[in-house]
Structures are given as C-alpha cells and as structure tokens.
Design a protein around this ligand. Structure first.
Ligand code: PLP
Length: 218
C-alpha cells in the first residue's frame, strides 16, 4: 500500500469534523511529500530537532504539531513556527511557551495533556492538577498561549472496553473544562490502533502514524 492510498482510506473513514494529524516521526521527507501531494497539510512530530529540520526542508504551508513529551529548553527552537503543541503537562512548560511565543510576537495554540491510561508509563496531568493549573493566577496572566483543548493517550492494550473507558474519561474532563474555558474546541485522542473508538467517544483530532506511513524502525 502507498502513503496516498493509506491516507485516502483513512480520510474516507473519518467524520468531517475530525482533523487528521499525520504522524511522520522517524519518516524521511520523501514520504511526507507523498502525503503532502495527496493533500495532507497537518503533520505531527515528537522530537523538536527532527521537526525543525523537516520544517526547514518542506513546503511552508505545512502545519506542524508537536505531539511528544516536550522539554522546556527545546521550546525556543520551534516557537516561531509550531502550530499546535499537544503535550503540555505543567505550568512551568506553559510559562516557557508563553515567553518564547511573546519573543516571536505570536500566540501559540496548546493542548493540555491528561493522564487517562491505567498504566502509569504515560505523561500527563490528573484532574486535580488540571484544576490547579487553570485556576492559577499565573495561567490567567499569560497572553501568548491559547489553550485549545485536551490531549490524551489510552493504555496500549487489546482490551477495547478499557480503551473506551479511558477515552470516555477524557471526554468528560473536556466537557467539564468547557465550563471554565468556553472557547476550547479540540479533543486530541486516537492513534492508528484505537482511533475508531476515540472518535466514538468524541475525539475531533486523531494522530495517526503507522497506518499511513508504515511501521517505524527505530
Ligand atoms: C507516535 C505517536 C502517535 C502515532 O502512533 P501510531 O500508532 O503510529 O498511529 C500518536 N500520538 C503520539 C503522542 C505519538 O507519539
């Protein structure tokens, strides 16, 4: 199967309100260009250096999403171009993004990453930490970040009920957060193995890598 065939198959299966982030981490520019030529404009990367290199080499109308765990000292390298940061899981990181965005004269869109998986290997905030963050004076004073919604990853398991339960819990947190931040509109959940369940549970942004570009060899 080719990248463009995979892409059109996936696109045909997505409801219209769902944004597809093509996760291109570890993949060479030629494969990204195949997706680009098939009309894809939103790409996700999980390493800042790799994303910067691809941004420099590839067409400038690509929207780059940082989907990985992000270290504060790396924010400056992508502040001028990143279009959405999915993995924000602390006030400290948010402050750094705000500072770097301000230096570039930008407002950077961010998603707060929630810990929803029962396994404890995944990053993210719990509900209490989310409340503390959005209620803090520091959060309210930041002018150069915009919270667009939430992101989360389910446990990597064949147990579909568990995955469904975890996505449902993120959806509930998202609906609740709308009371506080009425302008949020993005719920990023679902990857190659579980995006159908995620969409069922209210996702409107899916991050799909291997089903488009093939398995990754690290
Ligand atoms: C790699 C990655 C994906 C895509 O995973 P696939 O299983 O290849 O679709 C999605 N989200 C995050 C945060 C990732 O790191």
């Amino acid at each position: 199967m080719s990248v463009s065939n995979n892409l059109s198959e996936i696109r045909n299966s997505l409801p219209e309100n769902v944004t597809l982030v093509a996760v291109s981490k570890t993949k060479p520019n030629e494969l990204l260009m195949e997706a680009y030529e098939a009309g894809q404009r939103v790409f996700g990367e999980n390493k800042v250096q790799e994303m910067v290199a691809k941004w420099q080499d590839l067409p400038k109308d690509i929207e780059w999403h940082m989907i990985g765990h992000l270290q504060r000292n790396k924010v400056k390298y992508m502040a001028e171009f990143v279009s959405l940061i999915h993995g924000v899981d602390s006030l400290k990181l948010l402050k750094e993004i705000d500072k770097r965005a301000k230096a570039c004269g930008r407002i950077i869109d961010c998603l707060l990453q929630m810990h929803i998986a029962e396994e404890d290997t995944k990053f993210g905030l719990d509900k209490d930490e989310l409340q503390l963050l959005v209620n803090s004076d520091e959060f309210k004073s930041m002018k150069n970040i915009r919270i667009k919604g939430l992101m989360g990853m389910a446990t990597f398991t064949d147990n579909e009920d568990q995955v469904r339960r975890e996505f449902a819990s993120l959806r509930a947190i998202y609906e609740d957060l709308k009371g506080k931040l009425p302008n949020i509109d993005t719920l990023s959940m679902g990857m190659s193995g579980d995006y159908a369940i995620a969409i069922d549970q209210g996702s409107n942004m899916v991050r799909i890598g291997s089903s488009i570009f093939g398995e990754r060899n690290y």
